[in-house]
Design a binder for this molecule. Structure first.
Ligand code: KG4
Ligand code: ZN
Length: 361
C-alpha cells in the first residue's frame, strides 16, 4: 500500500489530496479563489499566488486530517510542476519541496495536462485503465488554460496532436460571460443561461473546420481557434445595440448558440482525430468537460466501437487527487525528481515525455 500527498496550485484553486495506490481518493480538499478573481473578470496571477500562499498550509492540513493520516504516513509528495501560471506554480512547488525535504520523502513533479487525463480514472474507474485494448487513447483536455488533443499510445507515450492557436475553450466561455456581464467563471453561467435558449438561432463561426468555403491546411486539422467566435459575439452584441438593449430571450438564444459553436467544434475535431489515429478510446477532461451539452454531444456522437470516458465532474476542474493519483504511477517505477525541479509555465517538459506508465496497465 502506498500513500501519496498531492498538491495543486497551477491556477486559481489551492488543492491537496491523499490518494492510496493511485486511485483510492482518501481526501481531496479544494479551496477556490473564484470569488477573489470574479471582480476582475478573470484570474490575476499575482493575486492567485498570494491566495495560494495563505491557503496552502490549512489546505494540506485539512487533506491529511480528512484522510486520517499524518505526513509521516506518506510515501511521497507530488506537485503540479506545470503548465500553469508561474507565480501560482511557484507556491505549490516550493511548498512541496520543503515538505519533502523536511520529512525525508521523495518528490514527484507532475504535468497538469497528463494529470487531467489521469483524473478520469480515479476511484472505481481505475479498472477501465487496466482493460486490454483501451489504447491508443485520445484525450481532449479542455479547460480555462488548455484545449489540447493528446494521443497516448500503448507504450504509455503521450504526444500532443492538436492545440489551440489562441484562446482556450474555457477562456472563450469566460470572456463571453464578461462581455455579457454574466459573471465569472463563464462556463457555468453560460451553460445555465443557454438551457433557456435556442442553440440554432444564431450562427457563430466554427474556426479551423474548413467551413464557409475556406480551405483547411493539414497542419491545422486538429488545432483549435476560439478568438474568432469571441469576436463574432462582440459584433453580434454591437449589432443588437449593446448589452442594455438585449432582452432575456435574445440573450438566452445568443449564449445557447455561442455554446453550440464551441461544443460543435470540440466534438467534431476530437472525433475526426479519433478516426484519423484509429484510437480505441476517447477521454474528455478539464473544467469545460463539466459542460452538460458537451458531455451529451460526445455521448450521442461517439461511434460505438470507441470507448468514451468522461471525467467525473468533481475531477474535471482543478484538483490535487489527479496529481497524487498520477504520481503513484511514477512512484512505483521508482521515478522521483530532485529538489532542483523548476516549475514551467507552458508547453511540454521532459516530465511530460516520461512514459505514462499508468497506461501500460
Ligand atoms: O480545469 P479548470 O478548473 O482550470 C484550468 O486548468 O483552466 O477549468 C476552468 C475552466 C473555466 O474557464 C470555466 O469557465 C470552465 O472551465 N468551465 C466550464 C464549465 N465549468 C467550468 N465551461 C463550460 N461549461 C461548464 N459547465
Ligand atoms: Zn486544469
Amino acid at each position: 500500500m502506498s500513500l501519496i500527498l498531492g498538491i495543486e496550485t497551477s491556477c486559481d484553486e489551492t488543492s491537496a489530496s491523499v490518494v492510496e495506490d493511485g486511485y483510492r481518493v482518501l481526501s481531496n480538499t479544494v479551496a477556490s479563489q473564484i470569488a477573489k478573481h470574479a471582480v476582475y473578470g478573470g484570474v490575476v496571477p499575482e493575486l492567485a499566488a498570494r491566495e495560494h500562499l495563505e491557503a496552502i498550509t490549512p489546505v494540506v492540513s485539512n487533506a491529511l486530517e480528512t484522510a486520517g493520516k499524518k505526513i509521516a504516513d506518506m510515501d511521497a509528495v507530488a506537485v503540479t510542476a506545470g503548465p500553469g501560471l508561474m507565480p501560482a506554480l511557484l507556491i505549490g512547488v516550493n511548498f512541496a519541496k520543503g515538505l519533502a525535504a523536511g520529512n525525508n520523502l521523495p518528490l514527484i513533479g507532475i504535468d497538469h495536462f497528463i494529470a487531467h487525463i489521469y483524473g478520469t480514472f480515479l476511484d472505481g474507474a481505475i479498472t477501465e485503465l487496466k482493460k486490454p485494448g483501451i489504447f491508443p487513447l485520445l484525450a481532449l483536455v479542455v479547460s480555462g488554460g488548455h484545449t489540447s488533443l493528446v494521443l497516448i499510445s500503448k507504450d504509455g507515450r503521450a504526444e500532443t496532436v492538436g492545440f489551440t492557436l489562441d484562446d482556450a475553450a474555457g477562456e472563450a466561455f469566460d470572456k463571453a460571460a464578461k462581455l455579457l456581464n454574466l459573471g465569472y467563471p463563464g462556463g457555468p453561467v453560460i451553460e445555465k443561461a443557454a438551457k433557456n435558449g435556442n442553440p440554432s438561432k444564431y450562427s457563430f463561426p466554427r474556426s479551423l473546420t474548413g467551413g464557409a468555403g475556406r480551405a483547411l491546411s493539414n497542419e491545422n486539422r486538429f488545432n483549435f481557434s476560439f478568438s474568432g467566435v469571441k469576436t463574432a459575439l462582440l459584433y453580434h452584441c454591437r449589432n443588437l445595440g449593446g448589452n442594455e438593449n438585449i432582452d432575456d430571450k435574445t440573450l438566452f438564444d445568443t449564449v445557447a448558440s455561442y455554446q453550440e459553436a464551441i461544443v460543435d467544434v470540440l466534438c467534431r475535431k476530437t472525433l475526426d482525430a479519433a478516426e484519423y489515429f484509429n484510437v480505441s478510446s476517447i477521454v474528455v477532461s478539464g473544467g469545460v468537460a463539466c459542460n452538460t451539452a458537451l458531455r451529451e454531444r460526445f455521448k450521442s456522437n461517439t461511434p460505438k466501437k470507441i470507448n468514451l470516458y468522461l471525467a467525473e465532474k468533481k475531477y474535471c476542474t482543478d484538483n490535487a487527487a489527479m496529481v497524487a493519483g498520477l504520481a503513484y504511477q511514477y512512484h512505483i517505477k521508482g521515478i522521483h525528481h530532485d529538489l532542483s525541479i523548476d516549475p514551467y509555465a507552458r508547453g511540454t517538459d521532459s516530465l511530460f515525455a516520461v512514459p505514462l506508465v499508468a497506461c501500460a496497465g
